[in-house]
Design a protein around this ligand. Structure first.
Ligand code: ACM
Length: 265
């Protein structure tokens, strides 16, 4: 399966421009699963409830999801992309998953990062895996990676690939994902953004780029630069995720001993 990401600088509040940029950038990409960054069409650094309300959309009935559905249908591809989702009076940091046959699902970020906690409600969807024609695909969003439970839950639920829309500002994720992939024997596609947002006088956010695709053996198959736009695609073989054996004596799933993990797990 051909998996890829598009790393770029979303312009804050310029939804139409950002969507247009993405559609044009991926126009000729030979890709089956495309992952876009967290909040790819709106930008990241919200500074008020009003702004969140103005830029959030219902999923699937919002302009951003409609554009992604059209992209999926026209190109016959699967797309995972982050957006601020409005559901009644609540707002979620969500990712929509679209395919050639329509909307596949919505994931709402479980572990909110930093000032997202001021504006968004922690996700209530849980970690879901969708069985599609191109493979079993799970989603987590950015800071979710910091909690090993996120990818573990997806892997135990049968995920072969984790799509990981991100807006990373801390430096740790790109070098940590090989461990997440190795310990679960699955692929991950982290789609990060680049650029700086400085929408608050006292606070500037620099996004670290380095989007990457990592194999079940913990190999970084492709990695984007830290400060350049990049569209990268690589072939991944999902059959390699199905064997959880390390050697004739160890199977990383069968060897788990949840009964020994105490009352805190
Ligand atoms: C993050 O969760 N956007 C760091």
């Amino acid at each position: 399966m051909k998996a890829g990401f598009y790393q770029f600088t979303p312009l804050f509040g310029k939804k139409k421009e950002n969507i247009k940029k993405v559609i044009s950038a991926v126009k000729n990409a030979d890709v089956e699963l495309l992952v876009l960054p967290e909040f790819f069409a709106t930008g990241y650094q919200f500074v008020s409830d009003e702004e969140v309300a103005e830029l959030s959309e219902p999923a699937p009935n919002g302009d951003t999801t409609r554009a992604l559905l059209e992209l999926s249908l026209e190109r016959g591809i699967y797309v995972v992309a982050g957006l601020p989702e409005k559901d009644g009076s609540r707002y979620y940091n969500s990712a929509v998953f679209t395919g050639p046959d329509g909307l596949i699902g919505v994931y709402r970020k479980t572990h909110l990062f930093f000032e997202e906690t001021l504006y968004f409600t922690p996700g209530d969807t849980g970690f879901k895996v969708w069985d599609t024609k191109i493979g079993r695909i799970g989603i987590m969003i950015c800071f979710d990676w910091f909690f090993p439970e996120s990818m573990r839950t997806l892997a135990l639920s049968g995920a072969e690939v984790v799509a990981h829309p991100s807006n990373l500002v801390l430096p740790f994720c790109p070098d940590a994902m090989p461990v997440r992939c190795l310990e679960n024997r699955i692929y991950a596609v982290t789609a990060n953004r680049i650029g700086i947002e400085h929408r608050k006088k006292e606070q500037s956010l620099t996004f670290i780029g380095k989007s990457e695709i990592v194999s079940p053996k913990g190999e970084i198959l492709v990695r984007a630069p830290e400060d350049e736009e990049a569209l990268m695609v690589t072939d991944i073989d999902l059959t390699t995720t199905r064997d959880k054996s390390l050697n004739p004596f160890n199977n990383i799933f069968k060897d788990r001993r949840p009964e020994q993990y105490g009352p805190f797990y």
